[in-house]
Design a protein around this ligand. Structure first.
Ligand code: SF4
Length: 732
C-alpha cells in the first residue's frame, strides 16, 4: 500500500474511473506518481475515495503500457515512428473517403476521453472529414437517460445535484447497485441515513445485491418488468390522492406516443391508463406482492418527505430504457417531488466524463456541441459559424449510433474506424459478431495499454498519455465540469490523444481550422458553443482554480452561477424568487408520458429457459485494461471466487434443481454463442430463481460475458439491452 509520505508534491485531479467524479490528489516524487488520496476540498467525495482510485497511480506503470506507435504488418505488430503511423492513417482515411465516401469512416470515442479531446474529434469528423458517424461508449450506458430527460423535460442531464443527498428523506433506487458501482455516493447516502434514522432507502432490482442488503425496503422484481412496477406505484399514488395537483396543473402536460407521434392527453386519461397497473393486477408480471407495491408507493409519495430517485444501467440498458426513464420522471412530476431541495429524479452515470465529453460536447451521432441536435438546421448553422465553415457543410442527418456503426463494419459499409480510450472488442454485446467486423476494417486504436481485446484487432495503435500525464477536463453526473492538472510527464513517445487528433487534422489539410496553441484555445472555442444555451460552462481560468463548477454559469462565468436553470430553484446560485420552468419545452412544462409495459426483446422458452443479467464488481473497472493491471485488485476477485477465476452467479434453488453445486464448471449458451464459467452460490449477490448473473469484466476472449449478451436496442436511444438476455446453463 502507498501512504504518500514520501511525495514531494500533490496535484489536484479527478478520478479516471466512474461518473461520480471524485476529486483526487496525486502525490509525485521525482516525476513519478507515488500515491493517491481523496481531495478533502472537493465537495463530491469530501476526501473519500474507493479502492479502485486508491491504486490508480499503479496503473500508470503497468507492464502493458505502450510507449511507441505500433503498426500491424503481416499479422504482427511492429514498432513505428509517429510520422509513419500518422501518415498511414491519413493515407488510408483519405483513400477510403475518396473511394467510398466519407460515411465509410467512423469514430468511436469515450466517456473516458477528456472534453477537449472529444470536442476536437467531433469537430474533425463532423465538420471536416464529413461524416456524422461519431459515437461513443456512453451510448452503452446512458443514452436512454439522455432520451428520457429530453423527452420529459426538453433538456438533458439531471437538474438535481449531489447536495440533494443531504436533504432527501427517501432514496428510491431502481436498476442500480450503487454499493459496488458508485461506492462514494453510496457512502454519502448511508451516512445520511445513519445520522438520520427517519431516512429510508428503497431498492428495486431483479437480484439481491450489496445495495439491497442494506436497504430498508427491497423489491425483487422480474427481469424486464420495471415499467409495470413503476406504473403500479403511480396507480397507488393517484388512487390514494398522494399527488400534488397544484404542481401537476402548473408545470406538466400529458402525452401518449401513437405511431411514433406524441399525442396530447389529460389527467383523466392518465388515471384511466393507470387502471391496468393496479398492484393486484401486476403481481404476476412483476413478481412483487401487491402489498409491497402499496407500501413503497406510499413511502415514495409521503407529502412531508423529500424523495430522490437514483438509477443506472439496470434501467438504461434495456430496450424500454427511455420509457422507463420517462416513468421514473412521472413519479416525481405527479407528486411534485422535483425542483425542491432533496427531491429530484437523478440518473447516475457510468463513465467519468460521459456527461462532459459526450452529452455536452455533442460527441454522439445525433448531437453537436452544447447539446445541439444535428437534425436542427439552426443548430448546425450555429456550430458551422463557430467552426468557421460554410453553411450546409455539416450533414443534416444523424450518423450511425453504436450498434449500426459496428454492424457497418460487419457488412463492409464502414471501412475505416478510429477507436479512442475504449474497448469495444470486449464491451459490445454479442461481441464476437462485431469483433469480426472490426478485424475487417482499417482500425486505428488510441490506447494507453496493449494488448486489449480491441487493440489486438487494430491496424495501427497510437500510444496515449493517461490521466495525470496530461491536462484535461471531465464533466461528472451532477453537471460539474472539473479540471485535471498535468502532474507528470507521459512515458516514452506517448502523447495526449488531442495531439494525435490535431496532427491528423493538419495532415488531412484542415490545419487552418485547428490552430490551437493550447488546451485554453480548445476549451474557449467549446465554451463559445455553450454560451446562451442554458448549458453554459465556466471558463478554464476559473476551472483551474476551483474544485469543479456546475453548469449553467452566467455572464462571464467567473462568479455567480446559474440564474437561468431549467429547474431547481433551490440551487444556491439561483434567485429564490425564480419560478420553476422546464426551459427545454416551449411552454415551460414537463411531460407525463403514458408508457405501456412491454416484454424485453427476447423471453425465455423451452430451449433457453433462463434470463441472464450483467453487472460489475467494486474493485474492477469495465474491461480491466487498467484495474486488471493492479495485483491487489485482482487478488480481491480471486478471494471472491475462492481462487477459481470468473463465475456465474445463480439462485441456490435453480442450482439444486439442475444438479449444480458451487464451483461446478458450466457452459452458458444463448442464441449468440457460448462461454465456460463456474457456478457461484457464495457471491456478493443472489439472483432470483430463473435468473443468472455475470459481471462483464473478465477479459478472457473465450469467456467474455458479452459473447452471449443480447444486442437488441431501444428504439429511441439506440442503447443495447445488456440487462436481459435468454440463455441456458449446462454442467460440463
Ligand atoms: Fe473513482 Fe468512482 Fe471510486 Fe469515486 S467512486 S474514487 S470516481 S471509481
Amino acid at each position: 500500500a502507498q501512504t504518500g509520505a514520501d511525495a514531494d508534491a500533490w496535484h489536484k485531479t479527478v478520478c479516471r474511473y466512474c461518473g461520480t467524479g471524485c476529486g483526487l490528489l496525486v502525490g509525485t516524487k521525482q516525476g513519478k506518481a507515488v500515491a493517491v488520496k481523496g481531495d478533502p476540498d472537493n465537495t463530491v467525495n469530501k476526501g473519500m475515495l474507493c479502492v479502485k482510485a486508491y491504486f490508480l497511480a499503479n496503473v500508470l506503470y503497468a507492464k502493458t503500457r505502450i510507449t511507441k506507435p505500433l503498426i500491424k504488418k503481416n499479422g504482427k505488430f511492429e514498432e513505428a515512428s509517429w510520422e509513419e503511423a500518422l501518415n498511414l492513417i491519413v493515407t488510408k482515411f483519405t483513400e477510403i473517403k475518396t473511394t467510398h465516401g466519407s460515411d465509410a469512416l467512423a469514430f468511436y470515442g469515450s466517456g473516458q476521453a477528456s472534453m477537449d479531446e472529444s470536442y476536437v474529434y467531433n469537430k474533425l469528423f463532423k465538420g471536416f472529414i464529413g461524416t456524422n458517424n461519431v459515437d461513443g461508449n456512453p451510448r452503452t450506458c446512458m443514452a436512454s437517460a439522455v432520451a428520457g430527460f429530453n423527452q420529459t423535460f426538453g433538456k438533458d442531464e439531471p437538474m438535481g445535484t449531489y447536495d440533494d443527498f443531504e436533504k432527501a428523506d427517501v432514496f428510491f433506487f431502481i436498476g442500480s447497485n450503487a454499493a459496488e458501482a458508485h461506492p462514494i455516493l453510496w457512502a454519502r447516502i448511508i451516512e445520511r441515513r445513519n445520522k438520520n434514522p427517519h431516512v429510508k432507502i428503497i431498492v428495486c432490482d431483479p437480484r439481491e445485491t450489496r445495495t439491497t442488503q442494506v436497504a430498508d425496503k427491497k423489491l425483487i422484481f422480474k427481469p424486464g418488468a420495471d415499467i409495470a412496477l413503476l406504473n403500479s406505484m403511480a396507480y397507488v399514488i393517484v388512487n390514494e390522492n398522494l399527488v400534488d395537483r397544484n404542481f401537476i396543473d402548473s408545470y406538466t402536460n400529458f402525452a401518449q406516443t401513437v405511431d411514433g407521434k406524441d399525442e396530447k392527453r389529460d389527467w383523466n386519461q392518465y388515471v384511466e391508463f393507470l387502471q391496468q397497473f393496479k398492484p393486484e393486477l401486476v403481481e404476476a408480471t412483476t413478481g412483487v406482492k401487491a402489498e409491497q407495491i402499496y407500501e413503497v408507493a406510499r413511502m415514495f409519495a409521503e407529502k412531508s418527505k423529500e424523495t430522490i430517485s437514483l438509477w443506472c444501467m439496470g434501467v438504461n440498458q434495456r430496450i424500454r430504457g427511455t420509457h422507463t426513464n420517462n416513468v421514473i420522471h412521472n413519479l416525481h412530476l405527479i407528486t411534485g417531488k422535483i425542483c425542491r431541495p432533496g427531491s429530484t429524479s437523478f440518473s447516475l452515470t457510468g463513465q467519468p466524463s460521459a456527461c462532459g465529453s459526450v452529452r455536452e460536447v455533442g460527441a454522439l451521432a445525433h448531437l453537436l456541441p452544447g447539446h445541439r441536435m444535428i437534425a436542427n438546421a439552426q443548430h448546425r448553422k450555429e456550430i458551422e459559424t463557430i467552426w468557421g465553415i460554410a453553411e450546409g457543410t455539416i450533414k443534416p442527418t444523424p450518423g450511425r449510433p453504436l450498434m449500426r456503426m459496428f454492424q457497418g463494419t460487419v457488412d463492409g459499409d464502414i471501412k475505416g474506424m478510429w477507436v479512442m480510450a475504449t474497448n469495444p472488442g470486449h464491451s459490445l454485446p454479442n461481441v464476437n459478431k462485431y469483433r469480426a467486423g472490426m478485424e475487417k476494417c482499417f482500425l486505428v486504436v488510441s490506447e494507453g495499454f496493449h494488448p486489449t481485446r480491441t487493440s489486438e484487432l487494430a491496424d495501427v495503435i497510437l500510444p496515449a498519455a493517461v490521466w495525470c500525464e496530461k491536462e484535461g477536463l471531465y464533466g461528472n453526473a451532477e453537471r460539474r465540469t472539473q479540471h485535471m492538472a498535468k502532474a507528470i510527464d507521459a512515458p516514452g513517445e506517448t502523447k495526449p490523444d488531442v495531439w494525435a487528433l490535431l496532427e491528423v487534422a493538419k495532415r488531412m489539410g484542415y490545419g487552418d481550422y485547428f490552430k490551437y496553441n493550447s488546451i485554453d484555445d480548445i476549451f474557449a472555442e467549446y465554451r463559445r458553443c455553450t454560451v446562451g444555451t442554458g448549458y453554459d460552462v465556466a471558463p478554464l481560468e476559473r476551472l483551474r482554480k476551483e474544485r469543479g463548477v456546475r453548469w449553467p454559469v452566467v455572464g462571464d462565468g467567473m462568479g455567480t452561477e446559474g440564474s437561468i436553470r431549467y429547474a431547481a430553484p433551490w440551487d444556491p446560485y439561483v434567485k429564490a424568487e425564480e419560478k420553476i420552468k422546464f426551459y427545454g419545452k416551449p411552454d415551460g412544462k414537463a411531460v407525463i408520458f403514458f408508457r405501456p409495459h412491454l416484454p424485453p426483446a427476447e423471453t425465455v422458452n423451452a430451449e433457453y429457459p433462463m434470463y441472464l443479467t450483467t453487472g460489475r464488481l467494486l474493485e474492477q473497472w469495465h474491461t480491466m485494461t487498467m484495474t486488471g493491471t493492479v495485483e491487489q485488485l485482482n487478488k480481491i476477485v480471486e478471494v471472491q471466487t475462492a481462487g477459481e477465476g470468473w463465475f456465474v452467479e445463480m439462485n441456490p434453488k435453480d442450482a439444486e434443481s439442475l444438479g449444480l453445486k458451487d464451483g461446478d464448471k458450466v457452459r452458458v449458451t444463448s442464441p449468440r454463442g457460448q462461454l465456460i464459467s463456474k457456478v457461484s452460490l457464495h457471491g456478493r449477490g443472489t439472483p432470483q430463481p430463473g435468473l443468472l448473473y455475470m459481471n462483464f469484466h473478465d477479459p478472457n476472449v473465450e469467456t467474455l460475458t458479452n459473447i452471449v449478451v443480447s444486442d437488441a436496442v431501444d428504439a429511441a436511444s439506440a442503447q443495447p439491452e445488456y440487462k436481459v438476455s435468454i440463455c441456458k446453463i449446462q454442467k460440463i
